[in-house]
Design a binder for this molecule. Structure first.
Ligand SMILES: *Cc1c(COP(=O)(O)O)cnc(C)c1O
Length: 411
């Protein structure tokens, strides 16, 4: 176990994971609000601009307790579906604090969002034109594709030339024609170059592109730099140096506002950065199975509950919380789903016995929110911990009470 992991394991042990499993059962998602608070502070303290707005990208983790907490901390919400919009309103966000950034959804769904009063971000010229005819009086934000290749996995890099996201900077003459003809007011420019940005240089490059475009858009109120803030998943991973980015971008942004003639709001929409490290996923070891080549640990969960390792090849650190001081051995940790379902190969873990509780780290972002009912397995329960107070944030859900039921219970 590396020092960094030790540190994270200590944070988890303070949440008393074995007691949580005893009370709520396994598998169990656990969210620590203190960590969310810490990450949010890092962001708000790094940017020195007259107006900063952090819109939490709720697709990372839609748990209502997390949404309410972030609202209490003056965050807005970034949403990508009408369902997320409704959940945000239910959680108490004001419509003007919700930005709706859909991709390839129908104009009908966009009109529904207009009816709910949220900010609208448009990412293709066809919809922009239809929107201009239907809602010429509603201000919009335009999602720009700056064609910056932000590295990392091709599944989550969204700013490159073949990406389906955003309106290419080369199409701006067309955008301007539509805006002029329909009389639309463009209140914001937006870019989100992907979830795997390697350094602050990408944001700074993006900023220069925005500043050039702004010359043609005189009604702007905000510039939204999206997300792409990286957090470490394992020792040695690169993470976004928010403090350095804050210093450089703030200076450049403030200069720009002077030239533009007005103070604009600087916006970001982090998901992973705020919640990834706040989450742990606790599972039980069902079977320790020795084959000719491998010692497998088979757990009471699978890609139905945590798909990132299989889907993105993501690395999630694993700890044995039942036997943290045990002798180190080598295991391949697998799930119970009936296809290849591997969480980690050749992991060094303190000896795992059947019945031990293991913890996946970085389980806050894109873990529960991507969970499914594959194999008709139930969705795990979630607990939310703030100031040592544990709340059962969502009970175990079966297949019949999946998404619609979940939403109707919020509506
Ligand atoms: C997914 C998404 C985000 C959040 O990305 P993270 O990597 O989780 O920070 C932000 N903005 C938009 C438009 C997104 O689709």
């Amino acid at each position: 176990m590396t020092p960094a992991n030790n540190h994270r394991l200590e944070e988890l042990l303070q949440l008393k994971p074995l007691e949580l499993v005893e009370k709520y059962g396994a598998p169990l998602y656990v969210y620590n609000a203190e960590r969310i608070k810490h990450q949010l502070r890092r962001m708000t303290q790094s940017f020195n601009v007259p107006s900063l707005k952090i819109n939490y990208a709720c697709k990372a983790l839609t748990n209502i307790n997390v949404l309410r907490y972030l609202k209490s901390q003056e965050c807005g919400l970034d949403t990508v579906s009408i369902q997320e919009v409704k959940l945000g309103l239910y959680a108490g966000f004001e419509p003007q604090d919700i930005i709706y950034t859909p991709n390839c959804v129908s104009i009908e769904e966009i009109s529904e969002a207009v009816g709910l009063g949220v900010k609208i971000n448009i990412d293709n010229t066809s919809i922009l034109e239809q929107f201009g005819h239907l809602h010429p009086e509603v201000p919009v934000c335009i999602r720009v594709n700056p064609h910056i290749m932000a590295g990392g996995s091709s599944k989550i890099s969204v700013g490159h030339i073949d990406s389906k996201f955003g309106i290419s900077i080369h199409q701006m003459p067309h955008v301007l024609r539509v805006v002029k003809t329909t009389g639309l007011q463009v209140e914001g420019l937006h870019m989100h170059t992907g979830s795997d940005i390697l350094d602050s240089g990408v944001f700074l490059q993006g900023a220069e592109i925005f500043f050039n475009l702004a010359e043609d858009f005189r009604d702007l109120e905000y510039m939204d730099f999206g997300s792409g803030f990286k957090v470490p998943y394992k020792e040695g991973d690169i993470s976004t140096d928010v403090e350095e980015l804050g210093e450089k971008l703030s200076e450049r942004f403030n200069d720009f506002c002077k030239n533009y003639g007005r103070d604009l709001t600087l916006m970001f929409e982090p998901g992973k950065f705020l919640v990834s490290e706040a989450g742990f996923f606790l599972v039980k070891s069902n079977v320790v199975k020795q084959t000719t080549s491998t010692v497998f640990v088979g757990i009471d969960s699978g890609l139905n509950h945590l798909i990132r390792p299989m889907f993105y090849n993501s690395h999630h650190e694993i700890s044995n919380v039942s036997n943290p001081a045990g002798k180190t051995r080598i295991y391949t940790v697998v799930g119970y789903i009936c296809e290849t379902d591997t969480f980690g190969i050749n992991r060094k873990l303190p000896e795992v016995r059947e019945g031990d509780i293991l913890a996946f780290h970085n389980a806050g972002a894109y873990c529960f929110s991507m969970a499914s009912i594959y194999n008709l397995r139930r969705l795990p329960a979630e607990v939310y911990i703030r100031n040592n107070e544990v709340t059962l944030a969502r009970p175990v859900r079966g297949y019949l009470d999946h998404v619609d039921d979940l939403l109707s219970s919020y509506e």
